[in-house]
Write a protein that binds this ligand. Structure first.
Ligand code: NAD
Length: 458
Protein backbone atom coordinates (compact mmCIF):
# COMPACT_ATOMS: atom_id res chain seq x y z
CA UNK A 1 0.00 0.00 0.00
CA UNK A 2 1.26 3.45 -0.82
CA UNK A 3 0.35 6.81 0.65
CA UNK A 4 0.07 9.52 -2.01
CA UNK A 5 1.40 12.86 -0.89
CA UNK A 6 0.17 15.83 -2.91
CA UNK A 7 1.22 19.45 -2.95
CA UNK A 8 -1.81 21.51 -1.79
CA UNK A 9 -0.62 24.53 -3.78
CA UNK A 10 -0.56 22.70 -7.11
CA UNK A 11 -2.34 19.39 -6.70
CA UNK A 12 0.79 17.66 -8.01
CA UNK A 13 2.24 14.47 -6.59
CA UNK A 14 5.15 15.12 -4.21
CA UNK A 15 5.97 11.52 -3.36
CA UNK A 16 4.46 8.13 -2.67
CA UNK A 17 5.43 6.52 0.61
CA UNK A 18 4.87 2.89 1.62
CA UNK A 19 2.24 2.80 4.33
CA UNK A 20 1.75 0.47 7.27
CA UNK A 21 -0.85 -2.25 7.55
CA UNK A 22 -2.12 -4.14 10.58
CA UNK A 23 0.70 -6.70 10.45
CA UNK A 24 3.47 -4.13 10.24
CA UNK A 25 1.92 -2.08 13.05
CA UNK A 26 1.83 -5.20 15.24
CA UNK A 27 5.48 -5.95 14.46
CA UNK A 28 6.49 -2.37 15.22
CA UNK A 29 4.59 -2.35 18.50
CA UNK A 30 6.41 -5.53 19.54
CA UNK A 31 9.77 -3.94 18.71
CA UNK A 32 8.87 -0.82 20.71
CA UNK A 33 7.88 -2.99 23.66
CA UNK A 34 11.12 -4.95 23.58
CA UNK A 35 13.32 -1.85 23.31
CA UNK A 36 11.67 0.30 25.98
CA UNK A 37 13.17 -1.09 29.23
CA UNK A 38 16.77 -0.60 28.08
CA UNK A 39 15.99 2.97 26.96
CA UNK A 40 14.38 3.74 30.32
CA UNK A 41 17.33 2.20 32.15
CA UNK A 42 19.81 4.58 30.55
CA UNK A 43 20.88 7.54 32.67
CA UNK A 44 18.72 10.54 31.84
CA UNK A 45 21.83 12.43 30.73
CA UNK A 46 22.17 10.05 27.80
CA UNK A 47 18.60 10.62 26.73
CA UNK A 48 19.08 14.38 27.12
CA UNK A 49 22.21 14.21 25.00
CA UNK A 50 20.33 12.50 22.17
CA UNK A 51 17.62 15.18 22.24
CA UNK A 52 20.28 17.90 22.35
CA UNK A 53 21.81 16.43 19.17
CA UNK A 54 18.32 16.32 17.61
CA UNK A 55 17.97 20.04 18.33
CA UNK A 56 21.27 20.77 16.60
CA UNK A 57 20.20 18.61 13.69
CA UNK A 58 16.94 20.40 13.07
CA UNK A 59 18.51 23.85 13.46
CA UNK A 60 21.29 23.00 10.98
CA UNK A 61 18.86 21.40 8.53
CA UNK A 62 16.21 24.12 8.84
CA UNK A 63 15.97 25.14 5.18
CA UNK A 64 15.54 21.59 3.86
CA UNK A 65 13.00 20.74 6.54
CA UNK A 66 11.00 23.93 5.92
CA UNK A 67 10.85 23.14 2.21
CA UNK A 68 9.59 19.61 2.93
CA UNK A 69 6.83 20.92 5.18
CA UNK A 70 5.78 23.58 2.70
CA UNK A 71 5.67 21.05 -0.14
CA UNK A 72 3.17 18.78 1.64
CA UNK A 73 1.14 21.21 3.77
CA UNK A 74 1.24 24.41 1.70
CA UNK A 75 2.39 26.39 4.73
CA UNK A 76 4.17 29.56 3.56
CA UNK A 77 7.90 28.93 3.67
CA UNK A 78 8.61 31.62 6.26
CA UNK A 79 5.93 30.16 8.52
CA UNK A 80 7.53 26.72 8.19
CA UNK A 81 10.84 28.29 9.21
CA UNK A 82 9.12 30.06 12.12
CA UNK A 83 7.77 26.75 13.35
CA UNK A 84 11.21 25.18 13.28
CA UNK A 85 12.64 28.12 15.23
CA UNK A 86 9.84 27.69 17.79
CA UNK A 87 10.54 23.97 17.98
CA UNK A 88 14.12 24.63 19.09
CA UNK A 89 12.80 26.79 21.95
CA UNK A 90 10.37 24.09 23.04
CA UNK A 91 13.16 21.54 23.05
CA UNK A 92 15.23 23.93 25.20
CA UNK A 93 12.46 23.99 27.78
CA UNK A 94 12.39 20.20 27.99
CA UNK A 95 16.18 19.98 28.11
CA UNK A 96 16.29 22.51 30.95
CA UNK A 97 13.52 21.04 33.11
CA UNK A 98 13.21 17.30 32.59
CA UNK A 99 15.93 16.22 35.00
CA UNK A 100 14.38 18.05 37.94
CA UNK A 101 10.80 17.14 37.07
CA UNK A 102 11.53 13.44 36.61
CA UNK A 103 13.66 13.13 39.74
CA UNK A 104 12.30 11.21 42.70
CA UNK A 105 10.62 13.35 45.36
CA UNK A 106 11.19 12.52 48.99
CA UNK A 107 8.03 13.67 50.73
CA UNK A 108 8.90 12.37 54.20
CA UNK A 109 12.12 11.24 55.84
CA UNK A 110 11.58 10.68 59.55
CA UNK A 111 14.39 8.88 61.43
CA UNK A 112 12.18 8.72 64.53
CA UNK A 113 9.78 6.44 62.65
CA UNK A 114 12.52 4.88 60.47
CA UNK A 115 10.30 5.91 57.56
CA UNK A 116 11.08 7.31 54.15
CA UNK A 117 8.31 8.14 51.67
CA UNK A 118 9.22 8.83 48.10
CA UNK A 119 7.42 9.46 44.78
CA UNK A 120 9.06 8.00 41.69
CA UNK A 121 8.06 8.99 38.15
CA UNK A 122 8.23 5.91 35.95
CA UNK A 123 7.70 5.95 32.18
CA UNK A 124 4.32 4.75 30.92
CA UNK A 125 6.00 2.24 28.60
CA UNK A 126 5.01 2.23 24.93
CA UNK A 127 2.97 5.22 23.88
CA UNK A 128 1.11 6.15 20.71
CA UNK A 129 1.62 9.64 19.33
CA UNK A 130 -1.11 10.19 16.74
CA UNK A 131 -0.60 13.60 15.28
CA UNK A 132 -2.10 16.42 13.21
CA UNK A 133 -0.63 18.23 10.21
CA UNK A 134 -1.17 21.93 10.88
CA UNK A 135 1.91 22.40 13.07
CA UNK A 136 3.57 19.05 12.51
CA UNK A 137 6.79 19.93 14.35
CA UNK A 138 5.04 21.38 17.38
CA UNK A 139 2.29 18.84 17.86
CA UNK A 140 4.61 15.91 17.24
CA UNK A 141 7.43 17.14 19.45
CA UNK A 142 5.13 18.26 22.31
CA UNK A 143 4.58 14.55 22.78
CA UNK A 144 7.60 12.62 21.61
CA UNK A 145 10.31 14.83 23.17
CA UNK A 146 9.07 14.59 26.79
CA UNK A 147 7.91 11.00 26.22
CA UNK A 148 11.39 9.95 25.11
CA UNK A 149 13.10 11.91 27.88
CA UNK A 150 10.87 10.18 30.43
CA UNK A 151 11.99 6.77 29.10
CA UNK A 152 9.07 5.72 26.92
CA UNK A 153 9.24 4.25 23.46
CA UNK A 154 7.02 5.94 20.92
CA UNK A 155 4.87 4.73 18.03
CA UNK A 156 4.57 7.99 16.15
CA UNK A 157 2.01 8.41 13.42
CA UNK A 158 2.36 11.74 11.70
CA UNK A 159 -0.73 12.93 9.89
CA UNK A 160 -1.09 11.54 6.39
CA UNK A 161 -0.91 15.21 5.32
CA UNK A 162 2.47 15.81 7.00
CA UNK A 163 4.13 12.43 6.63
CA UNK A 164 7.36 13.61 5.03
CA UNK A 165 7.89 16.10 7.85
CA UNK A 166 7.25 13.39 10.42
CA UNK A 167 9.63 10.96 8.75
CA UNK A 168 12.31 13.65 8.55
CA UNK A 169 12.03 14.21 12.30
CA UNK A 170 12.24 10.48 13.02
CA UNK A 171 15.30 10.23 10.80
CA UNK A 172 16.95 13.10 12.70
CA UNK A 173 16.12 11.45 16.04
CA UNK A 174 17.70 8.18 14.91
CA UNK A 175 20.81 9.98 13.69
CA UNK A 176 20.93 11.74 17.06
CA UNK A 177 21.12 8.51 19.00
CA UNK A 178 17.52 7.56 19.76
CA UNK A 179 17.39 3.84 18.93
CA UNK A 180 15.36 2.86 15.87
CA UNK A 181 13.09 0.66 17.98
CA UNK A 182 12.46 3.37 20.58
CA UNK A 183 11.12 5.92 18.10
CA UNK A 184 9.14 4.15 15.40
CA UNK A 185 7.19 5.88 12.65
CA UNK A 186 3.84 4.53 11.51
CA UNK A 187 2.80 5.70 8.05
CA UNK A 188 -0.80 6.04 6.92
CA UNK A 189 -4.16 7.59 7.61
CA UNK A 190 -6.95 6.81 10.04
CA UNK A 191 -6.69 3.05 9.50
CA UNK A 192 -3.08 3.06 10.63
CA UNK A 193 -3.98 5.17 13.66
CA UNK A 194 -6.76 2.78 14.59
CA UNK A 195 -4.38 -0.17 14.21
CA UNK A 196 -1.98 1.33 16.76
CA UNK A 197 -4.81 1.59 19.27
CA UNK A 198 -5.48 -2.15 18.93
CA UNK A 199 -1.93 -2.89 20.10
CA UNK A 200 -1.11 -3.34 23.80
CA UNK A 201 0.12 0.23 24.26
CA UNK A 202 0.31 2.08 27.58
CA UNK A 203 -0.85 5.53 26.53
CA UNK A 204 -2.53 7.29 23.61
CA UNK A 205 -1.59 10.90 22.91
CA UNK A 206 -3.67 12.43 20.19
CA UNK A 207 -3.81 15.77 18.40
CA UNK A 208 -6.59 16.27 15.90
CA UNK A 209 -10.28 16.86 15.49
CA UNK A 210 -13.04 16.39 18.04
CA UNK A 211 -14.65 13.78 15.77
CA UNK A 212 -11.55 11.59 15.74
CA UNK A 213 -10.78 12.39 19.37
CA UNK A 214 -14.00 10.65 20.41
CA UNK A 215 -12.86 7.48 18.65
CA UNK A 216 -9.50 7.63 20.41
CA UNK A 217 -11.22 8.12 23.77
CA UNK A 218 -13.49 5.13 23.13
CA UNK A 219 -10.58 2.88 22.19
CA UNK A 220 -8.51 4.04 25.19
CA UNK A 221 -11.42 3.62 27.60
CA UNK A 222 -11.83 -0.04 26.66
CA UNK A 223 -8.13 -0.61 27.32
CA UNK A 224 -8.12 1.54 30.48
CA UNK A 225 -5.00 3.37 29.40
CA UNK A 226 -3.89 6.95 29.85
CA UNK A 227 -5.01 9.18 27.03
CA UNK A 228 -4.73 12.83 26.17
CA UNK A 229 -6.70 14.60 23.48
CA UNK A 230 -5.65 17.95 22.04
CA UNK A 231 -8.59 18.88 19.87
CA UNK A 232 -10.07 21.79 17.99
CA UNK A 233 -11.29 25.19 19.08
CA UNK A 234 -13.62 28.05 18.28
CA UNK A 235 -11.50 30.60 20.03
CA UNK A 236 -12.96 34.05 20.78
CA UNK A 237 -11.41 37.43 21.36
CA UNK A 238 -13.19 40.44 22.80
CA UNK A 239 -12.11 43.95 21.84
CA UNK A 240 -13.04 46.35 24.64
CA UNK A 241 -13.76 50.06 24.19
CA UNK A 242 -10.48 51.31 25.67
CA UNK A 243 -8.41 49.42 23.13
CA UNK A 244 -5.62 50.65 20.93
CA UNK A 245 -7.54 49.90 17.74
CA UNK A 246 -4.67 49.80 15.25
CA UNK A 247 -2.44 47.40 17.15
CA UNK A 248 -5.36 45.19 18.21
CA UNK A 249 -6.67 44.94 14.64
CA UNK A 250 -3.23 43.96 13.32
CA UNK A 251 -2.62 41.39 16.06
CA UNK A 252 -6.07 39.80 15.81
CA UNK A 253 -5.94 39.62 12.01
CA UNK A 254 -2.66 37.75 12.35
CA UNK A 255 -4.19 35.50 15.01
CA UNK A 256 -7.09 34.67 12.70
CA UNK A 257 -5.26 34.24 9.40
CA UNK A 258 -1.73 33.01 10.21
CA UNK A 259 -1.14 29.56 8.70
CA UNK A 260 -4.28 30.19 6.63
CA UNK A 261 -6.36 30.05 9.81
CA UNK A 262 -5.36 26.43 10.35
CA UNK A 263 -4.28 26.73 13.97
CA UNK A 264 -6.09 24.99 16.79
CA UNK A 265 -5.87 28.30 18.69
CA UNK A 266 -6.58 30.56 15.70
CA UNK A 267 -8.98 33.37 16.49
CA UNK A 268 -12.31 32.07 15.15
CA UNK A 269 -14.74 34.63 16.61
CA UNK A 270 -14.34 38.35 17.26
CA UNK A 271 -16.60 40.38 19.55
CA UNK A 272 -16.14 44.13 19.45
CA UNK A 273 -17.52 46.74 21.85
CA UNK A 274 -19.97 48.95 19.98
CA UNK A 275 -18.05 52.13 20.85
CA UNK A 276 -15.03 51.03 18.80
CA UNK A 277 -16.75 48.72 16.32
CA UNK A 278 -16.54 50.91 13.21
CA UNK A 279 -12.93 51.93 13.83
CA UNK A 280 -11.91 48.35 14.54
CA UNK A 281 -13.67 46.94 11.50
CA UNK A 282 -12.02 49.50 9.22
CA UNK A 283 -8.54 48.77 10.56
CA UNK A 284 -9.12 45.01 10.52
CA UNK A 285 -10.31 44.99 6.90
CA UNK A 286 -7.35 47.10 5.80
CA UNK A 287 -5.03 44.59 7.43
CA UNK A 288 -6.74 41.56 5.87
CA UNK A 289 -6.77 43.14 2.41
CA UNK A 290 -3.00 43.66 2.69
CA UNK A 291 -2.31 39.93 3.10
CA UNK A 292 -0.42 38.44 0.18
CA UNK A 293 -2.07 35.24 -1.01
CA UNK A 294 -0.38 32.79 -3.35
CA UNK A 295 2.49 30.38 -3.91
CA UNK A 296 3.75 29.37 -0.45
CA UNK A 297 7.30 28.98 -1.73
CA UNK A 298 7.50 32.65 -2.72
CA UNK A 299 9.02 34.87 -0.04
CA UNK A 300 6.44 37.31 1.31
CA UNK A 301 3.42 35.07 0.80
CA UNK A 302 1.32 35.21 3.96
CA UNK A 303 -1.70 33.11 2.94
CA UNK A 304 -1.03 29.83 1.17
CA UNK A 305 -3.44 27.08 0.20
CA UNK A 306 -5.48 25.09 2.67
CA UNK A 307 -3.74 21.83 3.44
CA UNK A 308 -6.84 19.67 3.23
CA UNK A 309 -8.89 20.09 0.07
CA UNK A 310 -12.16 18.99 1.67
CA UNK A 311 -11.99 22.02 3.97
CA UNK A 312 -12.85 24.25 0.99
CA UNK A 313 -16.33 22.69 1.06
CA UNK A 314 -16.65 23.41 4.79
CA UNK A 315 -15.81 27.08 4.21
CA UNK A 316 -18.23 27.36 1.27
CA UNK A 317 -20.98 25.82 3.39
CA UNK A 318 -20.32 28.07 6.39
CA UNK A 319 -20.39 31.19 4.20
CA UNK A 320 -23.56 30.09 2.37
CA UNK A 321 -25.25 29.38 5.69
CA UNK A 322 -24.18 32.74 7.14
CA UNK A 323 -25.22 34.85 4.14
CA UNK A 324 -28.56 33.01 3.87
CA UNK A 325 -29.19 34.05 7.50
CA UNK A 326 -28.25 37.68 6.92
CA UNK A 327 -24.47 37.97 7.28
CA UNK A 328 -22.50 40.33 5.05
CA UNK A 329 -19.27 39.42 3.30
CA UNK A 330 -16.95 42.39 3.88
CA UNK A 331 -14.09 40.90 1.89
CA UNK A 332 -13.27 37.57 0.22
CA UNK A 333 -15.90 34.87 0.27
CA UNK A 334 -14.79 32.41 -2.40
CA UNK A 335 -12.22 29.83 -3.39
CA UNK A 336 -9.80 30.61 -6.21
CA UNK A 337 -10.21 28.74 -9.47
CA UNK A 338 -6.81 27.01 -9.44
CA UNK A 339 -5.63 23.43 -9.03
CA UNK A 340 -4.43 24.43 -5.53
CA UNK A 341 -6.64 24.65 -2.44
CA UNK A 342 -6.76 28.44 -2.26
CA UNK A 343 -9.50 30.40 -0.49
CA UNK A 344 -9.71 34.17 -0.21
CA UNK A 345 -9.28 35.60 3.28
CA UNK A 346 -12.86 36.28 4.27
CA UNK A 347 -14.45 38.59 6.82
CA UNK A 348 -18.13 38.31 7.72
CA UNK A 349 -20.16 40.83 9.73
CA UNK A 350 -23.76 40.77 10.88
CA UNK A 351 -23.12 37.27 12.19
CA UNK A 352 -25.08 35.59 14.99
CA UNK A 353 -24.69 32.41 16.99
CA UNK A 354 -27.39 30.81 14.84
CA UNK A 355 -24.81 30.57 12.10
CA UNK A 356 -22.40 27.68 11.68
CA UNK A 357 -19.49 30.05 11.20
CA UNK A 358 -19.82 31.18 14.83
CA UNK A 359 -20.31 27.68 16.27
CA UNK A 360 -18.28 25.13 14.27
CA UNK A 361 -14.52 25.18 13.85
CA UNK A 362 -13.74 26.78 10.45
CA UNK A 363 -10.04 25.91 10.32
CA UNK A 364 -9.51 28.21 7.38
CA UNK A 365 -9.11 31.87 6.41
CA UNK A 366 -12.54 33.08 7.46
CA UNK A 367 -13.74 35.03 10.47
CA UNK A 368 -16.99 36.43 11.84
CA UNK A 369 -17.09 39.77 13.67
CA UNK A 370 -19.95 40.62 16.01
CA UNK A 371 -20.83 43.88 17.77
CA UNK A 372 -21.52 43.69 21.53
CA UNK A 373 -22.92 46.30 23.91
CA UNK A 374 -20.86 45.56 27.03
CA UNK A 375 -18.54 43.14 28.83
CA UNK A 376 -21.35 40.89 30.08
CA UNK A 377 -22.68 40.39 26.57
CA UNK A 378 -19.18 39.63 25.34
CA UNK A 379 -18.57 37.15 28.13
CA UNK A 380 -21.84 35.35 27.45
CA UNK A 381 -20.98 35.07 23.74
CA UNK A 382 -17.44 33.88 24.42
CA UNK A 383 -18.71 31.07 26.61
CA UNK A 384 -21.46 30.10 24.16
CA UNK A 385 -19.45 27.24 22.63
CA UNK A 386 -18.78 23.57 23.12
CA UNK A 387 -15.05 24.22 22.78
CA UNK A 388 -12.70 25.70 25.37
CA UNK A 389 -9.16 26.07 24.12
CA UNK A 390 -8.21 29.76 24.36
CA UNK A 391 -9.86 33.16 24.77
CA UNK A 392 -8.49 36.70 24.58
CA UNK A 393 -9.33 40.23 25.64
CA UNK A 394 -7.85 43.32 24.03
CA UNK A 395 -7.86 46.61 25.94
CA UNK A 396 -5.70 48.73 28.22
CA UNK A 397 -7.27 47.68 31.54
CA UNK A 398 -5.59 44.55 32.93
CA UNK A 399 -8.05 44.19 35.83
CA UNK A 400 -11.01 44.36 33.46
CA UNK A 401 -9.45 41.71 31.25
CA UNK A 402 -8.68 39.49 34.24
CA UNK A 403 -12.25 39.81 35.51
CA UNK A 404 -13.62 38.70 32.16
CA UNK A 405 -11.08 35.98 31.42
CA UNK A 406 -11.32 34.40 34.87
CA UNK A 407 -14.96 33.64 33.99
CA UNK A 408 -14.21 32.21 30.55
CA UNK A 409 -14.21 28.43 30.28
CA UNK A 410 -10.95 27.91 28.38
CA UNK A 411 -7.54 26.37 29.00
CA UNK A 412 -5.58 29.50 28.05
CA UNK A 413 -6.34 33.19 28.68
CA UNK A 414 -4.73 35.97 26.64
CA UNK A 415 -4.58 39.66 27.42
CA UNK A 416 -3.55 41.74 24.41
CA UNK A 417 -2.26 38.69 22.59
CA UNK A 418 -3.72 35.62 20.90
CA UNK A 419 -2.84 32.47 18.93
CA UNK A 420 0.13 32.02 21.22
CA UNK A 421 1.65 28.92 22.84
CA UNK A 422 4.43 28.95 25.43
CA UNK A 423 6.56 25.92 26.35
CA UNK A 424 6.54 27.18 29.96
CA UNK A 425 2.74 27.13 30.27
CA UNK A 426 0.41 24.13 30.26
CA UNK A 427 -1.44 23.64 26.98
CA UNK A 428 -4.88 22.21 27.56
CA UNK A 429 -8.41 22.30 26.29
CA UNK A 430 -11.78 22.03 27.95
CA UNK A 431 -15.00 20.52 26.64
CA UNK A 432 -14.69 19.51 23.00
CA UNK A 433 -11.16 20.96 22.94
CA UNK A 434 -9.90 17.94 24.79
CA UNK A 435 -8.39 16.61 27.99
CA UNK A 436 -4.88 16.43 29.36
CA UNK A 437 -1.88 18.72 29.22
CA UNK A 438 1.19 19.11 27.08
CA UNK A 439 4.07 21.55 27.57
CA UNK A 440 5.22 23.04 30.88
CA UNK A 441 6.38 20.78 33.69
CA UNK A 442 2.89 19.19 33.69
CA UNK A 443 3.51 18.15 30.09
CA UNK A 444 6.61 16.22 31.19
CA UNK A 445 4.86 14.40 34.02
CA UNK A 446 2.07 13.49 31.59
CA UNK A 447 4.35 10.78 30.17
CA UNK A 448 4.97 9.13 33.53
CA UNK A 449 3.08 7.23 36.14
CA UNK A 450 3.79 7.55 39.80
CA UNK A 451 5.10 4.84 42.06
CA UNK A 452 4.63 5.51 45.75
CA UNK A 453 7.57 4.18 47.80
CA UNK A 454 7.07 3.40 51.50
CA UNK A 455 10.47 2.41 52.93
CA UNK A 456 10.88 1.40 56.55
CA UNK A 457 14.21 0.46 58.05
CA UNK A 458 14.08 -2.17 60.77
P1 NAD B 1 -7.90 14.45 12.27
O1 NAD B 1 -8.74 14.15 13.45
O2 NAD B 1 -8.50 14.33 10.93
O3 NAD B 1 -6.60 13.54 12.25
C1 NAD B 1 -5.66 13.55 13.31
C2 NAD B 1 -4.87 12.26 13.29
O4 NAD B 1 -5.72 11.17 13.62
C3 NAD B 1 -4.25 11.92 11.94
O5 NAD B 1 -2.97 11.41 12.14
C4 NAD B 1 -5.20 10.85 11.40
O6 NAD B 1 -4.60 9.99 10.46
C5 NAD B 1 -5.57 10.12 12.67
N1 NAD B 1 -6.82 9.36 12.64
C6 NAD B 1 -7.92 9.57 11.86
N2 NAD B 1 -8.88 8.66 12.16
C7 NAD B 1 -8.38 7.87 13.14
C8 NAD B 1 -8.89 6.76 13.89
N3 NAD B 1 -10.12 6.28 13.67
N4 NAD B 1 -8.10 6.18 14.82
C9 NAD B 1 -6.87 6.67 15.07
N5 NAD B 1 -6.32 7.70 14.39
C10 NAD B 1 -7.07 8.31 13.44
O7 NAD B 1 -7.35 15.94 12.51
P2 NAD B 1 -6.40 16.80 11.56
O8 NAD B 1 -7.17 17.26 10.38
O9 NAD B 1 -5.12 16.11 11.36
O10 NAD B 1 -6.09 18.05 12.49
C11 NAD B 1 -6.91 19.18 12.55
C12 NAD B 1 -7.58 19.25 13.91
O11 NAD B 1 -6.62 19.17 14.94
C13 NAD B 1 -8.30 20.56 14.12
O12 NAD B 1 -9.54 20.32 14.74
C14 NAD B 1 -7.35 21.31 15.07
O13 NAD B 1 -7.97 22.30 15.84
C15 NAD B 1 -6.82 20.19 15.89
N6 NAD B 1 -5.56 20.54 16.54
C16 NAD B 1 -5.55 20.70 17.90
C17 NAD B 1 -4.37 21.08 18.54
C18 NAD B 1 -4.33 21.30 20.02
O14 NAD B 1 -3.24 21.45 20.56
N7 NAD B 1 -5.45 21.34 20.72
C19 NAD B 1 -3.21 21.28 17.79
C20 NAD B 1 -3.27 21.09 16.41
C21 NAD B 1 -4.43 20.71 15.81
Amino acid sequence: MALRIENPATGELVEEVASDDDASVTAKAARARAAQPAWAARPIDERLEAIRRFRTWIVDDKERLAAITTSETGKPLQQSRNELAGLALRIDFFLDHSTAVLADEVVMNDPAQNLLERIAHEPLGVIANISAWNYPYFVGANVFIPALLAGNSVLYKPSELATLTGLAMVDALHKSGVPDDVMIPIVGGGEAGAAILREPIDGAFFTGSYATGMKIAEAAAKRIITHQLELGGKDPVYVTDDVDVASAAAAIADGAFYNCGQSCCAVERIYVHENVYDAFLGAFLAEVKSFKLGDPTVEGTYIGPLTRRAQLDVLDAQIADATAKGAKIETGGARLVTPGNFFEPTVLTGVTHDMRVMKEESFGPIIGIMKVANDEEALFAMNDTEYGLTAGVYGKDRDRARTILSRVNAGSAYWNCCDRVSPRLPWSGRGHSGIGVTLSTYGILAFTRTKAWHEKTV
